[in-house]
Design a binder for this molecule. Structure first.
Ligand code: ZN
Length: 73
């Protein structure tokens, strides 16, 4: 079982971040299906200077076929 992730903070130190301490701001919305995704664990795609996060490879692939059909959420 995984209860957290190791992160590097601004000072360059490795810190342990339990899942329950993470801020809401770290959650992104999958632009294709609308699911909440964790940007640290999610697949992502860069488009027009923006980074988009996806719940699955299927969502990423579908979105990349036609990014303009699915506006940023
Ligand atoms: Zn999705």
């Amino acid at each position: 079982m995984i209860f957290g992730v190791n992160l590097i903070n601004e000072a360059g130190n490795l810190i342990y971040m339990p899942f329950w301490k993470r801020k809401k701001a770290e959650i992104r919305i999958d632009p294709l299906c609308g699911k909440e995704v964790d940007p640290k664990l999610a697949m992502f795609s860069e488009h027009m200077g923006e980074t988009y996060y996806f719940c699955s490879g299927g969502c990423k692939q579908k979105w990349e076929e036609n990014p303009h059909k699915h506006p940023r959420m």
